[in-house]
Design a protein around this ligand. Structure first.
Ligand SMILES: [Zn+2]
Length: 207
């Protein structure tokens, strides 16, 4: 009997050891849990994208699609460069036309071109962004607007800010532009120049 009893006791002892091994570790103390929660919350805050919940970022996204001008009519994101001094990489191509201008203007003019084409209207581009040096050449060749010529004073043209286009328009295309251009922000804003259309972000209705 002694032998049987001792075997039973040994089995019970082994079972107790196995149970102890398979039992999950005791729950963490309250202090440790609190620390973990704090660290996790901090880490989650650092990694969470701020734009997901911030209404300010949404506003900025909308503004950048249309663009913003300062009080002098200068694109806020190009003002640092100066009129006619904008590096090529700061401008955006207008589709495959070979022309480039201020990015929001280019994006809206691409829409305009596509919609005009859908209406069977062809619109060509003769001139777009213009460097300060080219504006000087134009002044010499064409004379200043204020003297009855066709060139803006160098350093003041909307072409030098990537805001203006000189378009090739037949009668039908000019009529289309006058009826539809403003929806895309493009306005015929210079007397005697039916080809000159400048981009005004606050006019855009198709964004
Ligand atoms: Zn022009």
């Amino acid at each position: 009997m002694d032998g049987v009893l001792s075997i039973t006791q040994r089995i019970a002892g082994i079972q107790a050891q196995l149970t102890a091994l398979s039992t999950p570790p005791p729950p963490a103390t309250v202090d440790t849990t609190g620390t973990f929660d704090k660290l996790f919350t901090q880490a989650a805050g650092e990694f969470a994208p701020a734009s997901a919940t911030s209404p300010v970022d949404t506003t900025l996204a909308v503004t950048s699609a249309v663009g913003a001008l300062d009080a002098k009519g200068v694109p806020t994101d190009l003002a640092m460069y100066g009129n006619g001094k904008i590096p090529a990489q700061a401008l955006a191509p207008i589709g495959a036309t070979g022309h480039s201008m201020w990015a929001p203007a280019a994006a809206n003019f691409e829409k305009l071109l596509a919609d005009a084409k859908a209406d069977g209207v062809d619109i060509g581009i003769n001139d777009s962004y213009r460097t300060y040096e080219r504006q000087l050449e134009l002044e010499n060749r064409l004379g200043l607007l204020k003297d009855g010529g066709l060139a803006a004073v160098p350093g003041t043209s909307n072409h030098g800010w990537g805001r203006a286009l000189d378009l090739h328009l037949d009668g039908e295309a000019l009529a289309w532009m006058r009826a539809n251009g403003e929806k895309y922000g493009f306005v015929e804003d210079t007397p005697r120049e039916t080809w000159h259309w400048a981009y005004y972000p606050d006019r855009v209705k198709s964004a």
